[in-house]
Design a protein around this ligand. Structure first.
Ligand SMILES: [Zn+2]
Ligand SMILES: [Zn+2]
Length: 843
C-alpha cells in the first residue's frame, strides 16, 4: 500500500516538476535582526558602555579542538581564533555565528585559521554583509588563497584590519592590537609549540629568498615583505568602555531638582560624567544623585606559541603600561601557551606583574574538557546496539600536574564563562559535563529500544556463523558522514581505511602470524576525503593512539575541492609531522591524490601564510584514470610507492557528475577485495563501470527519495539513486554517507533498502564480515531515533501532499506552466530548523 502510494506520488512529482509553495507556520527567524537594530540606532547613538560583558571558552586548547574564545555584550559578539571545529562547537553549543561582528586572529597558523574558511562560507550564506578580521596582515593573502576553492565570495565584504591599523572601537570596547615578534629569526628551525600543536617550522632551504626578500626591522628580525611571517603573533588588549553611573531620580526629586523638565538633561549629563553641578546656588556632587561608574576594565588575549616569544612579551611596552598602576585595571589575561612557556620563570614573573586582582585563564593541551558532547552521547547510545561497529569514543585523559602559579589561575573548559560586567566572576554553570550513564539510561527508556536490540541479537545468533576466513581488514572507519557544514552529530566528509599489508610476514617468515598480530593491525591507512575537523574526529576516535594511526597514514584521497572534503588536510599534515616525531619515525611527505587544483591552494597558502608544501607529494587524480596518459616519471614513481605501501593492485579514479574536477576512486587490494568511493556525485555511469563487482561501495546519499529535483540542482544523489548505482555495479555491499545536515541523526530509509545496504554514522567501524550484520541494525536504530524519524516523515508527508495538489492543479486547463513559476522558486524552502544549515551550500 505504502509503496503504491509513494509510486503515485513520485509520478505526480514527475509531472508537476515542482514542489509547490512551502507553508510555514512561523516566519523564519531573521539571523541578521541585530544588524538592522543597530542600523536603526544610527551612527550618533551613544550607548554609554555595555551593562553585561562575558568571555566564554569555545575551545579550551586541547589537541582535538584548539583554543578559541567567544566574547559578547548586549551589543556585540566577537570570536578570538577560529581553528578547525570551532564552527561545529559554536553550532552545538548555540553560540550564534551569524551575530559575529569581528573575528580576531592571534597568528597566521592553521591551528588558528583552519576553521576560518568554513566560517566565512557560513557567514556569507547567512547573509552577513560584512565581517572584519583583525590580526596578522597575512590574513589578506589567506582570503585570496581560499578563493581558489570557495569562489569569489561575493555578497560579503571581508575586511582585514592588520595590527598596524588604528585601534578598533565599537559600542562595547576598544581593541588595541599588539604585535609581538619572536626572538628567533623566522625561517630558522625552532621547535614552535603552539597551544595544541607542535609544529617544527622546518627546512629553511624551502624558504626561497629570491621571491621573498628578507626585511630587517627594528628588532633585527628578518621578515618578508608580504609573505608569511611565523615570527609574528598579535596580542589583543581589549578595554571595555566605562559604564556611567545611573541617575537616581528619587534622590534628585528629594533634592528639589527639576525632574521631568527640560532643565534636568544637562544636570544628568554632567553628573554622569562625574562633574558636580550647581543648582539654585547649591553645589550637588555626582555621588549624591548618581550610582558610581563602572571603570573601563581591560582584558588581554595573548598567544605565546613557544619560548622565543617569552622575552618579547615580557619586554613589551604596551603590556607594561597595564601592569601596576594603569588607567584600566586588567581583569583577565587569557594565555594561549603551552606548558613549557607557562613553566618558564620569566613568563611567570610577567604574569605576577599584573598584580593579585588579575585573573589568568589558560588554554592549552593540558585541558581535559569534553567539547563535542553530542558526539559522545550518540556514540554511547549506538554502542548499546553493537559494541564493535560503534566502538566507544576515547575517554577524556586524566588531569595531570601542570605548571603551578602564584597568581589566580584557571584552566580552560568548554563553555566556562568569565563575567566582566556587571560583576567580575567565574561562571561554571554552562560547562559541558559528560555523563555516559545518563545517555545509556535515556536510550534504555525509549519505547521498543531494548526489545529491538534483543530481537536483532537473536537473529544474529540464529543466522550462519560469520565466515572465519574473512579477514578483519580492511577496516572502514567513518569519521565524517554529513555534507556541507560540520554539525554537532555529523562532521563533514572523511573515511579512514585501515589496510593490513603482508609486508611484515613476508619479510619475517619465521615469526608466527599470532606474534605479529599486534604489529600488523592497521599497519597502513588511507583517508578518503578530509573535511574540516577530520583530525579532531581521529583524536576522539583513537585517543592517545592517534599518533600511531597518523604514523601509518600512507595517503589521502581528495575527491574534489568543496570545503567539506579537503579543509581538514592541513591539520592532518601538521599533526602527522608531530606524530612521526613522537614515534621516532623519519619525516617524509604524505602522498595526496587530488584534483590538480588543490595544488594551487596549497601553493598560495604556503607562499603567503605558512610553510606546508614540504608535507605533500601530490599525485594528480587524473593520472589514475583508466587509460590516462602516462604522467611524469616522478608521478609514476609516487603511484608505485602508493600501490606498494598499501599492497594495492590498483588505485583508479574516474570523473564523477558533481562540480568540475570531481573524482571517485576504486582501490583493489592484492588479496582481491575492492573498495569504491563515490565522492560527491549524481548517479554516474563511469563510477558504475569502474566499481564493477566491488566488495564495498561507499556512496553519497545527500538527499532523501522524493527530492530528485533538488538532487539534480545540487548535483547529488538521493538514497535510492545511490543504492541503484551499487546494484548496477554488482557491489557486495553499499554504505551510504554524506547526508544532508537536515538529517542530523539518521537519514530517512527508502523502500529500496535491502540486506546489502547500510547507513554510515560518524565513528562507525565496519569490516567486510560485518556486512550481514549492518542491515539488521536498522530496527534498533529506528527505535533509538524514532522521534527524529517521525518528524522527518511528517515533513515528507506535507511535501508529498503539496506535490499531489500541484499535480492536480496542473491537470486543470487554467493551470498552465506559467502559473507554476512562482511556486518553483520556493521549491527548497523546506530545510532544517537550525539557521546555520538553512542554506545548504553546494558541496
Ligand atoms: Zn561537493
Ligand atoms: Zn560534499
Amino acid at each position: 500500500m505504502w509503496a503504491l502510494r509513494s509510486l503515485l506520488l513520485r509520478a505526480a512529482a514527475g509531472r508537476a516538476m515542482s514542489q509547490g509553495p512551502a507553508r510555514r507556520q512561523r516566519p523564519p527567524k531573521d539571523p541578521l535582526r541585530h544588524l538592522r537594530t543597530r542600523e536603526k540606532r544610527g551612527p550618533s547613538w551613544e550607548p554609554g558602555g555595555p551593562n553585561t560583558v562575558y568571555l566564554q571558552v569555545v575551545a579550551a586548547g586541547g589537541r582535538d579542538a584548539g583554543a578559541a574564545l567567544y566574547v559578547f555584550s548586549e551589543y556585540n559578539r566577537y570570536l578570538f581564533n577560529c581553528g578547525e571545529g570551532v564552527q561545529r562547537l559554536m553550532q552545538e553549543h548555540k553560540l550564534k555565528v551569524a551575530r559575529l561582528d569581528n573575528i580576531f586572529l592571534t597568528r597566521m597558523h592553521w591551528c588558528n585559521v583552519g576553521g576560518l574558511c568554513g566560517m566565512i562560507l557560513t557567514l556569507k550564506e547567512t547573509g552577513l554583509p560584512k565581517c572584519v578580521l583583525s590580526g596578522p596582515p597575512q590574513l589578506e593573502q589567506y582570503l585570496e588563497a581560499i578563493k581558489i576553492f570557495s569562489g569569489p565570495l561575493k555578497g560579503i565584504d571581508l575586511a582585514v584590519r592588520p595590527h598596524s591599523a588604528p585601534e578598533y572601537k565599537d559600542e562595547t570596547m576598544t581593541v588595541f592590537q599588539v604585535p609581538i615578534y619572536s626572538e628567533q629569526r623566522c625561517g630558522e628551525h625552532h621547535p614552535s609549540q603552539s597551544p595544541g600543536r607542535l609544529s617544527p617550522e622546518r627546512s629553511s632551504d624551502s624558504r626561497s629568498t629570491e621571491n621573498e626578500p628578507p626585511l630587517p626591522d627594528g628588532n633585527g628580525i628578518s621578515r618578508t615583505l608580504d609573505g608569511r611571517d611565523p615570527s609574528l603573533v598579535v596580542a589583543f588588549v581589549c578595554k571595555l568602555h566605562l559604564k556611567k553611573g545611573n541617575f537616581l531620580v528619587l534622590k534628585a526629586k528629594e533634592l528639589g531638582l527639576p525632574v521631568g523638565t527640560a532643565a534636568i538633561a544637562p544636570i544628568i549629563a554632567a553628573v554622569k560624567d562625574g562633574k558636580s553641578v550647581t543648582y539654585e546656588g547649591r553645589e550637588i556632587l555626582p555621588e549624591e544623585i548618581c550610582t558610581p561608574p563602572d571603570p573601563g576594565l581591560a582584558f588581554f588575549v595573548v598567544e605565546c606559541p613557544d619560548e622565543g616569544f617569552i622575552q618579547p612579551i615580557c619586554e613589551n611596552a604596551t603590556f607594561k603600561r597595564y601592569q601596576g598602576k594603569a588607567d584600566a585595571p586588567v581583569a583577565l589575561v587569557v594565555h594561549m601557551a603551552p606548558e613549557c612557556v607557562l613553566m618558564d620563570s620569566r613568563y611567570q614573573q610577567w604574569m605576577e606583574r599584573f598584580g593579585p586582582d588579575t585573573q589568568h585563564l589558560i588554554l592549552n593541551e593540558k585541558s581535559v574538557s569534553v567539547h563535542n558532547l553530542r558526539s559522545h552521547k550518540i556514540q554511547t547510545q549506538l554502542n548499546l546496539i553493537h559494541p564493535d561497529i560503534f566502538p566507544p569514543l576515547a575517554g577524556v585523559p586524566c588531569k595531570e600536574e601542570g605548571a603551578t602559579f602564584s597568581v589566580p589561575t584557571v584552566r580552560g573548559e568548554c563553555l566556562l564563562k568569565y563575567q566582566l560586567r556587571p560583576r567580575r566572576e567565574w561562571q561554571r554553570d554552562a560547562i559541558v559535563t559528560c555523563n555516559p550513564d545518563e545517555f545509556i539510561a535515556e536510550a534504555l527508556e525509549l519505547p521498543n529500544f531494548q526489545e529491538s536490540v534483543q530481537e536483532y541479537r537473536k537473529t544474529v545468533q540464529e543466522g550462519p556463523a560469520p565466515a572465519e576466513t574473512r579477514s578483519q581488514h580492511p577496516e572502514i572507519i567513518f569519521l565524517g558522514t554529513g555534507s556541507a557544514i560540520p554539525m554537532k552529530i555529523r562532521n563533514v566528509s572523511s573515511t579512514l581505511v585501515n589496510i593490513r599489508t603482508n609486508r611484515l610476514s613476508r619479510q619475517r617468515p619465521f615469526l608466527s602470524v599470532l606474534s605479529l598480530a599486534p604489529l600488523c593491525s592497521s599497519d597502513k591507512s588511507l583517508l578518503l576525503d578530509c573535511g574540516e575537523g577530520t583530525f579532531g574526529q581521529l583524536c576522539r576516535h583513537y585517543g592517545d593512539d592517534v599518533d600511531r594511526v597518523l604514523g601509518t597514514l600512507a595517503a589521502v584521497f581528495v575527491s574534489h575541492l568543496h570545503a567539506d572534503h579537503h579543509t581538514g588536510l592541513l591539520n592532518i599534515l601538521l599533526q602527522r609531522e608531530r606524530a612521526l616525531a613522537s614515534l621516532g619515525k623519519p619525516f617524509h611527505p604524505l602522498l595526496v591524490v587530488a584534483p590538480t587544483q588543490l595544488r594551487a591552494w596549497l601553493q598560495k597558502y604556503h607562499n603567503q601564510c605558512q610553510q606546508i608544501l614540504h608535507h605533500v607529494s601530490m599525485i594528480p587524480a587524473k593520472c589514475l584514470q583508466k587509460g590516462a596518459e602516462v604522467c611524469s616519471p616522478e608521478v609514476e614513481r609516487l603511484i608505485s610507492t602508493l600501490l606498494g605501501a598499501c599492497d594495492l593492485e590498483e588505485f583508479q579514479t574516474c570523473l564523477v557528475r558533481h562540480c568540475k574536477h570531481a573524482f571517485g576512486c576504486a582501490l583493489v587490494h592484492t588479496s582481491g577485495w575492492k573498495v569504491v568511493y563515490s565522492g560527491d556525485t549524481m548517479p554516474c555511469e563511469a563510477l558504475v563501470q569502474m566499481g564493477k563487482d566491488a566488495t564495498l561501495l561507499i556512496h553519497e546519499a545527500t538527499l532523501e527519495d522524493g527530492l530528485e529535483e533538488e538532487a539534480v540542482e545540487k548535483t547529488h544523489s538521493t538514497t535510492s539513486q545511490a543504492i541503484s548505482v551499487g546494484m548496477r555495479m554488482n557491489a557486495e555491499f553499499i554504505m551510504l554517507n554524506h547526508f544532508s545536515q537536515r538529517y542530523a541523526k539518521i537519514p530517512l530509509f527508502s523502500p529500496d533498502f535491502n540486506d546489502k545496504v547500510g547507513i554510515a554514522f560518524d565513528h562507525m567501524k565496519v569490516c567486510f564480515r560485518d556486512f550481514p550484520t549492518v542491515p539488521k541494525l536498522t530496527a534498533p536504530l529506528k527505535a533509538l531515533f524514532a522521534g527524529d524519524i517521525e518528524e522527518m516523515e511528517e515533513r515528507r508527508e506535507k511535501r508529498e501532499l503539496r506535490l499531489v495538489r500541484a499535480a492536480l492543479l496542473s491537470r486543470e486547463p487554467a493551470g498552465g506552466p506559467a502559473d507554476r513559476k512562482p511556486q518553483q522558486k520556493r521549491a527548497h524552502a523546506e530545510e532544517p530548523q537550525n539557521p546555520q544549515s538553512k542554506k545548504v551550500r553546494a558541496n
